[in-house]
Design a protein around this ligand. Structure first.
Ligand code: ZN
Length: 189
């Protein structure tokens, strides 16, 4: 496994559309593994292939103990304790190939950040529940419903595949301000 470079705004690859995956081979599995390792190393909960410079419809996610969309809260939550730090939580890596949202309902607003948008978070409005069709790394078709954090994370990652960042979902004035600031930061780096 290897750590990959995470592309940051305003790198052009983040504005481009990812293409469907057609080969389900060892190379794809290796890319997914490397994306997961990179995501863990950077402390993220999701990563889209665009973010590592690959225009392929591939997303990885791990919400670990934060995952509660099956209605079963973690033992730590039941005991009223704070969840242990990320590194101590059991890993629950998920890989989605050629994901597509086929249903979206409800509304939720949450604070989002992005490994490709350095030092900036903002509240973004998204659907509260989605139904996703996707393929496994073996090419098996799947359909699955997600809610709350998982739904928000997947919508964020699917935006990446469409060449969109979460800052593109902010009101125009705020978006302009942020993009200017980020562009300046990128230049001085
Ligand atoms: Zn992101």
């Amino acid at each position: 496994m290897a750590l990959l470079q995470v592309y940051k705004f305003p790198q052009p690859v983040l504005k481009q559309q990812a293409r469907p995956v057609t080969r389900f081979d060892a190379e794809l599995r290796e890319l997914a593994d490397n994306m997961l390792e990179t995501m863990y190393a950077e402390g993220g909960i999701g990563l889209a292939a665009n973010q590592v410079g690959q225009l392929r419809r591939l997303v990885v996610m791990d919400l670990g103990a934060e995952e509660e969309d099956d209605g079963v809260a973690s033992a730590a939550t039941h005991a009223g304790r704070k969840a242990p730090p990320r590194a101590e939580r059991p890993r629950e890596p998920r890989v989605f190939v050629n994901p597509r949202i086929v249903e979206a309902s409800g509304e939720t607003v949450s604070e989002e950040g992005c490994l490709s948008v350095v030092d900036f978070t903002a509240e973004v409005k998204r659907a509260r529940r989605i139904v996703l069709t996707y393929q496994t790394l073996e090419g098996e078709p799947r359909e699955e419903a997600f809610e709350e954090l998982a739904a928000v994370c997947l919508q964020h990652e699917l935006d990446h595949l469409a060449g969109k960042l979460f800052i593109d979902r902010l009101p125009p004035l705020k978006r302009q301000m942020i993009k200017k600031r980020l562009a300046k930061l990128a230049k001085s780096a």
